[in-house]
Design a protein around this ligand. Structure first.
Ligand code: SF4
Length: 171
């Protein structure tokens, strides 16, 4: 099945190919697992809180602030979450997609908290393992941004006006 469609200005995917969704899940899964490890290593309760916060962010913040007003609501977006969001919340006005972006800070915290925690651990421990963990986390975040831009934004229906495109314009 051809997933691509044309509008006046560019080609985009109606639904993303499975391999894109799988790659995105692998990278996001590794980032999440490393984030949990970092927080657990700092303090067990922080690790548990981080998991609870992540679940709330994925089931409330992301669907309500982004998915409900996204073209991919009910469709397989680059993570497939558009289909999950459609089970959770009904579709709203697509014109609110950009306005809702201000809530993105609550999603960015998912990555910022472990990054700051791993940096704190590096300063505190000053050992090779803490250094490896800090740079591993930085690397996986960079890979996440690059794959988002190259595999997802480049063929996304929302790319012409989406404020979330990493490193600005999708090529
Ligand atoms: S343009 Fe990129 S960041 Fe924006 S909705 Fe599409 S895939 Fe997500």
């Amino acid at each position: 099945m051809n997933h691509k469609a044309e509008n006046e200005n560019f080609a985009f995917c109606h639904t993303y190919p499975k391999y894109v969704i799988i790659i995105r899940w692998i990278i996001l899964g590794v980032a999440f697992a490393l984030g949990v490890y970092i927080l657990l290593d700092l303090k067990e309760a922080l690790g548990v809180l981080y998991v609870i916060y992540s679940v709330a962010a994925l089931t409330l913040v992301l669907p309500l602030s982004r998915c409900v007003s996204c073209y991919y609501h009910g469709k397989a977006c680059h993570t497939g979450w558009g289909k999950v969001a459609a089970y959770l919340f009904p579709k709203e006005d697509e014109s609110k997609f950009v306005a809702h972006y201000s809530y993105a800070i609550f999603l960015h915290l998912l990555w910022l908290i472990p990054l700051l925690a791993s940096f704190f651990q590096l300063l505190r421990k000053r050992d090779v393992l803490a250094l490896i963990i800090f740079f591993s986390y930085l690397l996986i975040l960079l890979m996440e941004r690059i794959t988002l831009k190259k595999l997802a934004c480049a063929r996304c229906h929302q790319r012409e006006f989406c404020p979330a495109i990493p490193f600005r314009k999708a090529k």
